[in-house]
Design a protein. Structure first.
Length: 68
C-alpha cells in the first residue's frame, strides 16, 4: 500500500486498523521535515516504511510550500 502525502498518518492509522495482523506492507511518503518527524514519532510498525521525500512525475528538487 502507498500513502503519498502521509501527513500525520491519518490514512496509515486506518490501514493498520484494517490489517491488524500486519499482512500489508505500507510505504508512506511525506516531504515536510516537521510533519515527517511527527509522523515518525507516532508510527513505527515493522510493516511500515516511512520516507521523507515527495513523489512526483520527474526526479528533481522543488520548493515545498505550506501554510502555517
Amino acid at each position: 500500500m502507498f500513502d503519498v502525502g502521509a501527513n500525520l498518518g491519518q490514512f496509515l492509522g486506518a490501514t493498520l486498523a484494517a490489517f491488524p495482523d500486519g499482512r500489508c506492507d505500507i510505504h508512506c511518503f511525506e516531504p515536510a521535515v516537521g510533519t515527517f518527524r511527527r509522523l515518525s514519532e507516532r508510527h513505527g510498525a515493522a510493516n511500515v516504511r516511512l520516507n521523507n521525500v515527495a513523489v512526483g512525475k520527474e526526479r528533481g528538487e522543488a520548493t515545498l510550500w505550506y501554510d502555517h
